[in-house]
Design a protein around this ligand. Structure first.
Ligand SMILES: NC(=O)c1ccc[n+]([C@@H]2O[C@H](COP(=O)([O-])OP(=O)(O)OC[C@H]3O[C@@H](n4cnc5c(N)ncnc54)[C@H](OP(=O)(O)O)[C@@H]3O)[C@@H](O)[C@H]2O)c1
Length: 333
């Protein structure tokens, strides 16, 4: 009788231990499957055509998405001009790429998008050394917590993310037109939460107490989209994209507390992509035929998850044209 009782207790405790083991293994396995399904949905570029002889310019190529794009294009034998604000950081990125591939050519040229003089010097260098480049990738961008300004005194989200690239394209427009070069604009889905504040264009506006997002950054990403639309209307071969939430140096000016890591763990699991995965969207726009009559920046489509996706933003032509005019005005300082 006692033996029988002990056997029952033993088997109950074994089932409990098994449960303790199976539950975490089951949860772990399910999370792994969910993560893999999401990675599959986020998409990969399948096209692997060699790009020998093609010249790509990438702004902000020393880290994050720009770096991964440079690596992928070099692997496909392209010539990649790495337009970076620090030649040391560009050199370090080239050293890292060279540990992975000996293919392609990697050319660092200094470009600080927060300085008109630097943008002018850079475009002169391109015009004399690589006048017939094939593609310009406007990738560099940043989000700041504290007021930060460009050399011409514009707050950096407007100044670097939008205006710096606006000036760059303007200075290179004859070459872009002559070569029918492609322009790839790295925007963000956050453009859908933005609004262009013309009264404060280029000025630092403090975040309101209840503001969950960095509106200056989001607004600059909406400007990227409006800008892509205007260029498309003018006949440029332009593509606009969102890479998704990616693990890069982008959040360097944020100072997370330990509990943020706990709070955001599910977001990381479900939404955070590797830089390599996010860069697939840039590589797709830079190397595949993406725009169609129905799906292009003017009809409100952008590339995300390596496919054309309709933006929720209601674009209006008045804002579009006004941004173009105001941006030109902002160059005359
Ligand atoms: N990561 C995301 O979750 C995410 C999501 C949506 C969109 N995006 C967009 O993706 C693009 C790339 O961001 P990332 O995530 O790869 O960030 P990242 O790792 O911080 O890389 C940003 C690049 O931009 C460069 N840059 C910043 N200011 C510059 C300036 N004044 N002149 C020239 N280059 C400058 C940086 O150079 P330094 O290293 O010298 O600072 C760096 O090379 C940005 O346009 C961003 O808005 C990112």
């Amino acid at each position: 009788m006692a033996n029988h009782y002990h056997a029952r207790v033993n088997s109950a405790s074994m089932s409990a231990s098994l449960l303790y083991l199976l539950v975490p293994v089951g949860v772990g396995a399910s999370l792994y499957v969910i993560r893999k399904l999401r990675e599959w949905k986020w998409g990969w570029v399948r096209n692997n055509t060699p790009l020998r002889g093609k010249v790509y310019i990438i702004t902000g190529a020393n880290t994050g998405l720009g770096y991964e794009t440079a690596l992928a294009l070099a692997t496909r034998q392209a010539t990649v001009i790495m337009a970076c604000r620090s030649m040391d950081r560009a050199g370090e990125a080239i050293r890292r790429i060279r540990q992975k591939t000996q293919e392609g050519e990697l050319i660092p040229i200094e470009l600080d998008l927060a300085s008109f003089a630097s943008i002018r010097d850079f475009s002169e260098a391109i015009k004399s050394r690589y006048p017939s480049f094939d593609c310009l990738i406007n990738n560099a961008g940043l989000a700041m917590q504290e007021p930060t300004y460009t050399k011409e005194n514009y707050e950096v989200h407007f100044g670097v993310n939008h205006l710096g690239h606006f000036l760059l394209v303007d200075l290179l427009k004859d070459n872009i037109r002559a070569n029918a070069a492609r322009i790839v604009i790295v925007s963000s889905k956050m453009h859908e939460r933005a609004k262009i504040d013309f009264d404060n264009l280029g000025k630092w506006v403090e975040r309101g107490r209840g503001d969950r997002f960095n509106n200056l950054y989001n607004n600059s990403k909406l400007m990227n989209f409006y800008y892509a639309r205007e260029l498309y209307k003018q006949g440029y071969n332009v593509h606009v994209l969102c890479p998704g939430l990616c693990h890069t140096d982008f959040f360097r000016s944020y100072n997370p507390k330990w509990y943020h890591y706990v709070m955001f763990a599910p977001v990381v699991l479900l939404f955070l992509r590797s830089a390599r995965q996010g860069a697939q969207n840039i590589i797709h726009c830079a190397t595949d035929n993406v725009n169609t009559e129905e799906k292009n920046p003017v009809t409100g489509y952008f590339v995300t998850n390596v496919e054309q996706t309709k933006s929720k933003m209601k674009f209006d032509e008045e804002t579009s044209e006004r941004l173009w005019r105001e941006s030109f005005k902002a160059l005359n300082v």
